[in-house]
Write a protein that binds this ligand. Structure first.
Ligand SMILES: [Zn+2]
Ligand SMILES: [Zn+2]
Length: 391
């Protein structure tokens, strides 16, 4: 009888028992690998966040409503306010280009450097903005200058006499270029625009008011960052700036009562506010007054002392927000109650959950229902909020 050639082995030898066994083994290995990769894919798709991502809290409004996919790397634009305790550090990404605005104080410098050059593996920053020369804003920048390539450092045009200032000036020698901030200047970070709305003239009474104020825009999304600017600079902005409206306000001077004047906040009408503030800080930041002003403008507040790192990612139409700690903001505005967003209902236990709540996966199909509704409407229907995800 004519012996067959084995197709899989591609050897010109004839099909024998050993060969058949090898073929069967290869077949099984391929099958198992296929199934495994399918399961792995299914799991990561279904069970966010991705390993490096912290807990998700999502805020819906017109620009949102993103399905649950939390690999923010896919988003072309991302703003991260790192938890640096009492200080400020904002990292902005447009595709694979990065910039920082402030670097936090000495206590968190190591954390900032390890996140930027370690966890995020960023080799170079296109821009580095220093708002002003207080140590809680520039100490971390010194660490970054020593570890990553800095394209252009944009610094405020005044001098200081502190030790931190001199170390910062020395470290700046490592930047490819150093320029003074000028109001009206625009820098491009990929498709994002960085506009300087205010730069010091060296005559402001308080050093905080010398902070460089920027507006970062990407598509229809925009964000204003004011460093530690206070009422004097804010008043000038209200008077001189054509367009202060923005989606996100990185709250000035850690939410101090000397910043975020009602006129300024009303001119911005931010939907979101991120406050960078140390837990139980000695300054009493953020002030009740500032929180109230934001609340009066129906601004949703996120704060680093209770929520850790806060990441906002924008895909050109919608944004999502992730916070490292899933604590609810301390201030809830009345608007929250009526805000319509996606919730998952457990129709048997009469509970409603955030879409990303870990309890959602435990609800059986027949009792699980996805709805787009407001807390108030759901509670009127007899539903109560899940104690874990605290929607
Ligand atoms: Zn500060
Ligand atoms: Zn300051």
């Amino acid at each position: 009888m004519k012996k067959m050639d084995c197709i899989l082995c591609k050897f010109r030898e004839s099909m024998n028992k050993r060969c058949i066994f090898a073929c069967i083994m290869i077949f099984f290995v391929v099958m198992i690998a296929g199934c495994y990769s399918y399961t792995a894919k299914y799991k990561t798709d279904y069970k966010k966040p991705a390993p490096s991502n912290p807990v998700v809290t999502k805020q819906n409004d017109k620009k949102q409503e993103k399905s649950e996919s939390h690999s923010f790397a896919k988003y072309p634009f991302e703003i991260t306010m790192l938890d640096v305790g009492q200080g400020l550090c904002v990292l902005i990404r447009e595709n694979d280009e990065y910039m920082v605005y402030d670097g936090g104080g000495g206590d968190s410098s190591r954390r900032v450097v390890s996140i930027v050059s370690g966890a995020k593996n960023i080799k170079s920053l296109r821009y580095m903005f220093a708002s002003h020369y207080d140590q809680d804003h520039i100490s971390g920048l010194i660490g970054l200058l020593n570890r990553v390539t800095v394209g252009m450092a944009i610094i405020p045009g005044y001098q200081e006499k502190t030790k931190t200032y001199f170390s910062f000036k020395r470290a700046l020698e490592k930047a490819r270029s150093v320029v003074y901030a000028n109001s009206g200047q625009r820098y491009k970070l990929g498709n994002a625009n960085i506009d300087i709305l205010y730069a010091t003239n060296g005559k402001e009474e308080k050093e905080n008011d010398r902070s460089t104020v920027i507006k970062v825009s990407y598509g229809n999304f925009s964000c204003i960052i004011t460093g530690d600017a206070e009422a004097e600079t804010e008043a000038k902005l209200v008077k001189d700036s054509a367009n202060l409206s923005c989606d996100l306000y990185i709250v000035g001077h850690h939410g101090s009562s000397t910043s975020s004047t009602p006129d300024f906040v009303a001119a911005m009408k931010p939907k979101l506010a991120f406050i960078s503030v140390g837990k139980d800080n000695k300054f009493g930041h953020p002030s009740k007054k500032t929180l109230k002003t934001l609340e009066n403008n129906s601004t949703k507040i996120y704060r680093s002392d209770t929520q850790g790192d806060i990441v906002l990612a924008y895909d050109g139409k919608e944004y999502s927000i992730i916070t490292a700690k899933n604590e609810a903001p301390l201030v809830k505005s009345a608007a929250d109650e009526n805000l319509e967003q996606d919730y998952v209902l457990n129709t048997k236990r009469m509970k409603y959950h955030r879409k990303n709540c870990k309890n959602v996966v435990t609800i059986s199909d027949k009792n699980r229902k996805l709805v787009h509704s407001s807390k108030k409407a759901l509670e009127n229907e007899g539903y109560s909020p899940c104690g874990y995800c605290q929607p």
